[in-house]
Design a protein around this ligand. Structure first.
Ligand SMILES: Nc1ncnc2c1ncn2[C@@H]1O[C@H](COP(=O)(O)OP(=O)(O)O)[C@@H](O)[C@H]1O
Ligand SMILES: [Mg+2]
Length: 325
């Protein structure tokens, strides 16, 4: 039967691990002359927690809008689980749960009632599922209070709950932690991890980097509508050419090392030795210190944190854009 084969085909696509969760291919959105999203190409792997980072105005919401069919692209394509958003939107929506901007809720109804209305509109008349998503976002105790009386964080959590109603394979959250205090942000991170542990792909945008650093497996950094960098988080947090060494008698150890590397390349920082050196030299440095009778308790590469890396990349990018006119 033709109908059955269409469903089989969709099931195959939805469960084939080789098909990425999201693919953006030369995606472009112009508002008049201004390219809000400019020739954006990158892939969101299945099962990843993918951080979509960029300063305000970089084009995050516009990109997400194109991924979920809210904004028609000027050029290029967005695919979700292999389905073309432009031509297969119903299939896309069957697999995606999204929170883009803040959804409209009735202030005079409870969080629970609002979610039940959402569920009904989506054809999911299932009170058990509403209770589940309320539990997932940690709103069980306040679910029956009026939405209008909630804090920003609680409103945000009800928004996220609405995105999870259909148990989506791919969850897209636009700035899910905006307006949350650190405790609320932590809760959202824990929620994102639980979703990923359950096999979901989570794509979330943010302009705040620290919070993305611990939770995301992959990242794309954008600036002025353009992709600046993308890859696994650890690739982006590229190790610098710096060794951090914990050693007894650090001052003497410093002198010892100046016989091996230039004096300018080794200094003390908070009682630790910092050595500028090609990373291949680490073993040699360790051996030299140990042979000279020092107790080396730790020797590691200094990782730049994402905040620094992000600023570095976006500033470089902005400079080169300005130089090119
Ligand atoms: N509907 C629109 N009309 C005109 N310009 C828009 C529209 N939506 C967004 N923009 C512009 O596109 C750029 C990217 O916006 P947006 O995607 O909202 O960025 P972000 O979500 O990263 O803060 C901004 O310069 C913004 O002013
Ligand atoms: Mg935005």
């Amino acid at each position: 039967m033709a109908g059955a084969s269409v469903i089989e085909e969709q099931m195959r696509v939805a469960t084939d691990p080789a098909i990425p969760a999201i693919e953006f291919d030369q995606l472009t959105k112009r508002f008049g002359e201004h390219a809000a999203v400019d020739n954006m190409t990158f892939t969101v792997p299945r099962g990843s927690i993918f951080g979509f980072l960029g300063p305000n105005g970089a084009g995050k919401t516009t990109t997400i809008g194109m991924a979920v069919g809210l904004i028609p692209p000027t050029a290029g394509t967005a695919r979700v689980l292999g389905f073309d958003v432009a031509t297969q939107l119903p299939e896309v929506l069957r697999h995606v749960g999204a929170m883009v901007e803040r959804p409209a809720f009735y202030p005079f109804l409870s969080g629970r009632m609002n979610l039940q209305i959402f569920a009904k509109q989506a054809g999911l008349d299932d009170k058990v599922r509403v209770d589940e998503v309320i539990e997932m976002v940690g709103m069980s105790e306040r679910a029956d209070a009026k939405f209008g009386g909630y804090s920003t964080g609680m409103k945000q959590r009800i928004g996220i709950a609405s995105a999870l109603l259909d148990d989506p394979d791919v969850t897209i959250l636009d700035e899910p932690t905006s307006g949350l205090d650190p405790a609320g942000q932590r809760e959202i991170r824990a929620l994102v991890r639980r979703l990923a542990d359950a096999g979901h792909t989570v794509f979330l945008s943010s302009h705040i980097l620290g919070e993305i650093q611990d939770v995301c497996t992959h990242v794309a950094i954008i600036n002025r509508g353009k992709l600046v960098a993308t890859g696994q988080m650890h690739e982006i947090l590229e190790t610098s050419n710096e060794l951090v060494i914990d050693v007894d008698r650090p001052e003497e150890a410093r002198s010892e090392l100046t016989q091996m590397v230039a004096a300018d390349d080794v200094h003390l920082e908070n009682g630790r030795l910092i050595v500028q050196t090609p990373l291949e030299q680490a073993a040699e440095i360790n051996m030299r210190l140990v042979q000279a009778g020092f107790a080396v308790s730790q020797l590691r590469h200094r990782e730049k944190d994402l905040e620094d890396r992000f600023l570095e990349l976006t500033e470089q990018h902005t400079r080169s854009e300005l130089n090119n006119g």
